[in-house]
Design a protein. Sequence first.
Length: 138
Amino acid sequence: MLKEFKEFAVRGNVVDMAVGIIIGAAFGKIVDSLVKDLIMPPIGLLLGKVDFTNLFVVLKDGNPAGPYLTVEVAQKAGAVTFNYGLFINTCISFVIIAFAVFLLIRGINRLKREQEQKPAAPPEEIALLREIRDSLKK
């Protein structure tokens, strides 16, 4: 069983998948930072100095009772919160990642179409046979 596992683990597809997962996780962190640190602050400023990470509704007060200025303070107090601002950030992150994946797949498909349109060079024997045929015709 250990031998089978080794064969499975060192296959090219498994290694490629692992690399893809690692790069995808790093890309997700980059997009998360892009949304939190670069995109949402200007949008919040345009909407009246709103910090989307702190848009929430208190469903049940904690101890001590609110009002709470941030989600973090509310959660430390044990309040139950509905964090719609964090949800908005996550949705924007998803759209950016989905668009990046779309562009990647689009580029891959374009390359595949270009390769399919180019006729493959005939094998050397066929080219030689064609030369002989053309010589005999003359």
